[in-house]
Design a protein around this ligand. Sequence first.
Ligand SMILES: Cc1ncc(COP(=O)(O)O)c(C=O)c1O
Length: 368
Amino acid sequence: MSDFELRERLTSRPDLADLHAYGAPQLDVAVRLNTNESPYPPPTAFMEDLAGRVAKLGLNRYPDRDFTALREGLARHVGTLTERLWAANGSNEVIQQLVQAFGGSERKVMTFEPTYTMHSHIARVSGTRLIRARRNPDYTMDPDASAEAIRLGRPEIVFLCSPNNPTGTVIPEETVAAICEAAPGLVILDEAYTEFSGGSLWRLVEEYEHLVSVRTFSKAWRLAGARIGYMVAQPSVIEEVMKVRLPYHLSSLTQAAGLTALDHAEELSATVETMRHERDRLWNELSTTKGITAFPSQANFVLFRCESIPAPEVWRRLLDRGVLVRDFSSTPGCDGCLRVSAGTAEQGERFLEALSDSLRPTELSDIP
Ligand SMILES: Cc1ncc(COP(=O)(O)O)c(C=O)c1O
């Protein structure tokens, strides 16, 4: 059967016809600054302890389905109760489970765009109707306008992202509170980058019981490859999530990695300050570069607009020089924008040099 015949036979979901697979390029280049990972591998002591822990696992048996030790450890680390803690394979899976549990047909999700693309992607895949509300042009969120959008749309799920990806903007606590007051259903506060900002708002979960705070080991904790994310939520929210999760969703290997990470929490997060510093340095340099507008960021990346040369062309010229960043120029609200992750100081230098070269007019059409 030809590929064409197979596609004809397996009728795909019409509601997903215009959806593209998540596709941040994974290219083998010298300087990878496109997916906001840490440039620093976890310390040797962590890797050795993990190897020791893995060597003792009985992989012939299914893992502890309720990952009790990891939940207890995470709860202690955060400072909350074990029954308010839930984990999955990356925060993306936590979010997917939440949308499976609280979304679905006849229900609505509201996002405030531009924001993390997986929020709307997961909503659409689950068959939940999507309402895209907007942020201000400077990417801040107006508490009154946001609350009004929620009152009008009455979504069962509201997504917030702070610091926001791809803009780096923090949502102030008063705005999160105003949105919680207005929201009729679940509010998912995605705090994947919170360690690079002033700190998590997870304690609001105690005041607003329909709020959940979602966190990850992928960014500040340097463990993107381990796929561990978690949330702080009310036990009744977690009970609903348990209905949709797959049995034994957290493998013994993942649980071992999570427990080992908790033993090494301090060393793992020791690079946060260096990464913040690098983010600020990138922002300072970009802000004083002719032809670039840089947006303030509290995460481990900086979004910037290319004013003189089309962003896809700048992206390609950077890649030709061995530097991979993320192109957001086709995202509504981010026209002309690229996003660069804070890597090592040396990677930052290579990026800045490559950018300076890339912005030099090489063709008549580049001259504004
Ligand atoms: C805002 C935000 N949330 C969640 C994630 C997913 O992280 P993970 O699934 O690795 O925990 C990302 C990854 O880039 C992100 O930017």
